[in-house]
Design a protein around this ligand. Structure first.
Ligand SMILES: C[S@@+](CC[C@H](N)C(=O)[O-])C[C@H]1O[C@@H](n2cnc3c(N)ncnc32)[C@H](O)[C@@H]1O
Length: 327
């Protein structure tokens, strides 16, 4: 048993939106501690494919798979590649996909993974086993690109100041640990007024870039939508505004909820294709007070869900408005 634990976020809301059915085939693209996968397997006699890019998560999952003989299948890889990963196993359609984005408590709390400034560890931050580490980025990126990374992926307003400090410090000695980086950042930041550690946004930015998290989300959402069978559902839980913006925009576009073209458009009336999907969550769902109280990690969680219209809808020739109607 690991010394770490991961409490699944918005578990009840995820189950409600996914509505697991007997005989259905699901994908959990972010297996983590297996909390979602287990809850779905317990909710209905279904089959579950589970992907995680972290070999440690997949190894943990082996014990869970034994408890659900023939029902839980684990694959190591990025969910951005889910089409190819599943195709390799002969799976070409799914009744539901869940994505619980970001890092797990297993990863954050294990100082040897380098995600946290709350202890010391190697400046790694890779969810997977290969690729560029955060230390590689901090030691090699030109100052302007470092600043740009902190600004784009961390929304860090003082990105230039921090990048300058990093470049100065790395000329003195290599930056290879989380504590050294956190101290360099703290040294040039004003005292925090909201209690948030001054390195929080910079660590988020480096993590996102190391793992190409936004690229993975973009590829994963499209692949999930392509794999969904009629009536299939995609449920996504995000933890910061950059993730949620991608999810919200994708869901809005897929459900045909983009603004109608202006009637003054010089091209005249441009008919819009009827959407194949409908939004199940017109507004993002947030955790309830009890969960917020018991699990601080849930604080910034937002859940959104999308459904591929059942086949009857797709062929019934209903109007755009009827097809996009919300329940
Ligand atoms: C928040 S945790 C998921 C927790 C899980 N829902 C549970 O209940 O235990 C996120 C997990 O997704 C994995 N992950 C993040 N991005 C990924 C990606 N692009 N492809 C595959 N796995 C990813 C991480 O390695 C981590 O284990």
């Amino acid at each position: 048993m690991s010394e770490f634990q991961h409490i699944p976020v918005m578990l009840d809301e995820m189950l409600h939106e996914l509505s697991p059915r007997a005989g259905a085939v699901y994908l959990d693209g972010t297996f983590g501690g297996g909390g979602y996968a287990k809850a779905i397997l317990d909710a209905a006699p279904c089959t579950m494919w589970a992907i995680d890019r972290d070999p440690a998560a997949v190894a943990r999952g082996a014990a869970l798979a034994v408890k659900y003989p023939g029902r839980l299948h684990l694959i190591e890889g990025g969910f951005g590649q889910m089409l190819a990963l599943l195709q390799h196993h002969g799976v070409t359609a799914l009744d539901g996909v869940v994505l619980d984005l970001g890092v797990s408590s297993f990863q954050i709390d294990d100082m040897s993974r380098g995600f946290s400034f709350r202890g010391d560890g190697p400046l790694d931050m890779r969810m997977g086993a290969t690729g560029t580490t955060a230390a590689d980025l901090v030691m090699t990126l030109p100052e302007a690109e470092l600043a740009d990374t902190l600004y784009r992926f961390g929304e860090e307003r003082l990105s230039r100041r921090i990048a300058r400090a990093i470049v100065t410090a790395r000329a003195e000695a290599p930056i290879t640990t989380t504590q050294r980086l956190a101290e360099i950042i703290r040294g040039v930041m004003p005292p925090s007024r909201d209690g948030i550690h001054p390195a929080t946004r910079s660590f988020q930015a480096l993590r996102i870039r190391v793992n190409d998290e936004l690229g993975e989300i973009t590829r994963g959402l499209q692949a999930a939508a392509d794999l969904l069978a009629p009536g299939g559902r995609l449920v996504v839980v995000s933890f910061h505004s950059l993730e949620d913006r991608l999810v919200k925009t994708f869901f809005t576009n897929m459900s045909g909820r983009t603004p109608a073209p202006s009637r003054h458009d010089p091209r005249g009336h441009v008919p819009r294709a009827a959407p194949d999907f409908r939004l199940l969550t017109p507004r993002a769902r947030r955790p309830g007070p009890a969960e917020l109280h018991s699990n601080p990690r849930a604080r910034s969680a937002r859940l959104r869900a999308l459904e591929r219209l059942p086949a009857a809808f797709e062929t019934s020739g209903q109007t755009d408005g009827q097809r996009g109607a919300l329940t």
